[in-house]
Design a protein. Structure first.
Length: 38
């Protein structure tokens, strides 16, 4: 997924993507941190 696509998503959708990729500590991250972790 490209950065522009992630920016267009609501933070809850970005969070779901991060959780699907099994990224740890997603609940404590801001949207920008989640996008770069993905």
């Amino acid at each position: 997924m490209h950065l522009n696509e992630l920016k267009a998503l609501h933070v809850s959708e970005v969070l779901k993507q991060a959780e699907a990729l099994e990224i740890e500590n997603t609940g404590r991250m801001r949207k920008q941190e989640l996008m770069f972790a993905i």
